[in-house]
Design a protein around this ligand. Sequence first.
Ligand code: GKR
Ligand code: MG
Length: 421
Amino acid sequence: MQIVAVRVTPIAIKDPPLLNAAGVHEPFGLRSIIEVEGANGLVGLGETYGDAPVLALLQRVRESLVGLSAFDVNALWACVVTASKQGSGGHVEMELAPGSLGSNLLSSVFSAFEVAFLDLQARTIGIPMVELLGGAVRKKVPYSAYLFYKWDASVDPEYGPDKYGEAVNPQQIVSQARAFIDEYGFESIKLKGGVFDPLEEADAVLALHAAFPQHQLRIDPNSNWTLATSIAVAGKLKHCLEYYEDPTPTLEGMAECYKATGIPLATNMVVTNWDELRRSVALNSVQILLSDHHYWGGLRATQALAKTCQAFGLGLSMHSNSHLGISLMAMTHLAASVQHLGYACDTHYPWQSDEVLVGGKVPIEGGCVHLTDKPGLGVELDQGRLAKLHQDFLNCRIRTRNDVVQMQKFRPAWTQVKPRF
Ligand code: GKR
Ligand code: MG
């Protein structure tokens, strides 16, 4: 199936004032939407980061893909490598968005097109993506309620209104969890930490445990705690954590933390590529890997990663950055094809009010996204919505994510410190 056209469209999607270790989310997140059109008139879809360096390489690769077969992903890889040698658009060292890191740029750009190639393959054959990936080991994929400390949207008129309001203490975090669970039926809860005093954040997890005793709980301070702080918090939470995500920086620090606490550690920060995985296995730094096809090199590479984790006795879950429904469906088809996935996946999706899909947002019911028998990813692009969000991108001042600078709008003395507590 020959490719006749490839389109890469940057978009800006509304984002609330969510707090994290680096600072606060900007009022818009950036994404790139990929369309790969075959000679049969069918179009494969992909979605990835929209930061300037990623976008620059996506655009450069795009030009070289016309004329390739949609089944030739090796040729796609060669095009990505060639385009990357023609110059760099720089890189973003935003540790909280691993797909934007310079070290992961090639695999991130390859992944975005690989998903679209595979989607076009599956649509051409007339089968769901999960079948192309080897078949469904589950027909629905569980996701976790991804809670954030946050400000009320009124903090700055640039943020659009959101229905969740402020969450800066344990009671408000429990209310946020209740709203998520009532609306989506999640059975696991993750709290994004690294924002307030770590013992207060531990109190929020204890409050969640008291309010939702049957739910699996996780906390993720994005490496913002020293080893000593991580051990102290572990002492308070040991009995109620499903896993402990990136409490402290570095592979060595995580290995020490595991030795001291015995709580399974998960990461999307110290292991984001194959080299780090090798070193992590040698040090026993992490016990659960949070995979993410957006920067691990696509759907098939992530399947290989799952096998590798299985071989080394590591658990597997899934990481997320802010994203729309094309990414959600790629994550869902992938997760449905991977036997070894043992945990509810992360997703930021409920925080996003914008969408580019026909019919609007993908439903999450009973905490799960359900697969259908529709071909490919099973979703269609709404060109009107895409055009609107592209216009939002053109109107918006943001070109690379920077939660530190955004925080400085509110707290001028704020700096990036790691670990802060
Ligand atoms: O969006 O603030 C955020 C998150 O902290 C995100 O950047 C992280 O990559 O979700 C992520 C995580 O699990 O670390
Ligand atoms: Mg994380």
